[in-house]
Design a protein around this ligand. Structure first.
Ligand code: ZN
Length: 435
């Protein structure tokens, strides 16, 4: 697969000229450059996790992309929708956003699925990535500036590992290379025992003999028989998962001198995002690896979205109860209804998807549409103000949607004095609802 600039067409974003408050986001954890040895006090750790982004800034946003072995499900949709709302708010308020997303087009699940189905892993990755791009287009999600497959950054991974080696962060077990995470464990967002347990469920190998610390993640896997590999100065093989995002974010948000970091800024990037299952180990490890290379803090905010369940159960591939976006669209569900339904609850919470939610969202969208077709509607500037205010407070979409529905009822009750166009533009621009 190739590196793609602007992989799908950006939706049109109507300008809303208004004074925007800074965007406040809650960071799921703090990660700072101090290592365990110079932990002179624990004050810093109890500080507020609220991060502010001021209108007009130039910002760097990195969101972890898909492993393209299956279609996009609603959990993915909820994640990319959340970062789309952040992107929309920042852009509307005059910020310039460099947005980068990766594609994990080489990893265990992809290889396993390709083998199970008797297809090539490259072909499978290509096909599922194309489907993903169609889903994102239908959901009116802004495209990243750079959409970068892991298989295209082997040279960067090679350079980064060389750098880590020179700083003493690398050791080998048989022919595989591991990252020494010990110095950074002070930043662990959970207890070490918990981390070890989760690590083994999410691609880690805490109990492998020969490792210095159970939480050390693999950097470079020596080639196994019948598996794809790449030449590198560390042997023939393929990269571990976390190093991929570490180098892609640095290279495509900072530029070719990524290994030197960016001393002009307090943190290298502004927002690192993904689903809450990425907090540990993936984002913690990426932050540790970035810091080991640059000796700088990685992200100002680590933003994570809750998990989506179905009918009261966790949605998972093992339960076989995944709801795919492409299938829903084929079944005739309006992509705007999917967007709206996902925005009815807060992005950071674990929440449920069911027919009831879908029905309710369908009815509410129909009512909004019918009010937007009126000549006279209830006052609109206060509604637009409330939508912006709600979004600025850690993306309070339930608050914004509550205000929209109150405005719908007021308009249905005959209140007048508002502008249909003003509301339609705000829904489109800030919430991505083109109705
Ligand atoms: Zn990632």
């Amino acid at each position: 697969m190739e590196i793609i600039q602007h992989p799908w067409p950006d939706p049109f974003q109507p300008p809303i000229t208004i004074d925007y408050p800074p965007l406040q986001l809650e960071s799921s954890f703090s990660f700072d450059t101090r290592s365990s040895e110079d932990d002179s006090g624990s004050n810093k750790r109890s500080k507020s996790r609220t991060r502010e982004f001021f209108p007009g800034e130039s910002l760097r946003l990195y969101v972890c992309g898909i492993t393209p072995y299956d279609a996009t499900h609603l959990g993915h949709a909820a994640t990319y929708l959340t970062f789309d709302l952040i992107n929309r708010y920042l852009r509307a308020s005059g910020s310039e956003v460099n947005f980068v997303e990766n594609i994990t087009d080489i990893d265990e699940p992809l290889l396993e699925r390709a083998q199970r189905d008797g297809v090539s892993w490259e072909g499978l990755a290509q096909e599922e990535t194309e489907l993903f791009m169609q889903d994102m287009t239908a959901l009116r999600i802004f495209a990243p500036r750079w959409f970068v497959p892991a298989t295209q950054v082997m040279e960067l991974v090679d350079q980064a590992i060389t750098q880590m080696k020179s700083k003493g962060y690398v050791y080998s077990v048989e022919n595989d290379l591991y990252f020494r995470v010990n110095d950074f464990l002070i930043n662990l967002p959970i207890s070490e025992a918990e981390a070890i347990e989760i690590f083994s469920q999410r691609g880690g190998d805490p109990h492998r003999m020969g490792k210095e610390h159970p939480l050390d993640p693999v950097l470079w896997l020596a080639n196994k028989e019948n598996e794809p590999g790449w030449e590198s100065s560390h042997g023939f093989g393929r990269p571990g998962w976390h190093i991929e995002c570490a180098v892609i974010s640095l290279r495509y948000l900072l530029g070719p001198t990524f290994i030197e970091g960016d001393r002009t800024r307090e943190t290298l990037i502004d927002i690192q995002g993904g689903g809450s299952d990425l907090i540990f180990p993936h984002h913690f490890m990426s932050a540790a690896q970035v810091t080991s290379i640059t000796n700088q803090n990685f992200a100002h905010a680590y933003v994570h979205t809750g998990m989506i369940g179905l009918d009261g159960e966790k949605m998972s591939k093992s339960k076989g109860n995944l709801v795919f976006v492409s299938q829903s669209l084929k079944d005739g569900i309006d992509p705007m209804v999917i967007r709206y339904a996902l925005m009815k609850s807060h992005y950071s919470t674990d929440r449920m998807w069911d027919q009831n939610l879908l029905n309710q969202a369908t009815v509410e969208i129909a009512r909004i549409r019918s009010v937007l077709a009126r000549i006279e509607v209830a006052p609109s500037s206060s509604l637009v103000h409330t939508i912006i205010q709600s979004l600025s407070l850690n993306l309070d979409t339930p608050g914004a949607i509550g205000a929209i529905n109150e405005w719908v009822i007021a308009s249905e009750n005959g209140e007048t004095g508002g502008s249909v166009g003003e509301v339609a533009r705000a829904l489109d621009s800030l919430l991505g609802l083109a109705l």
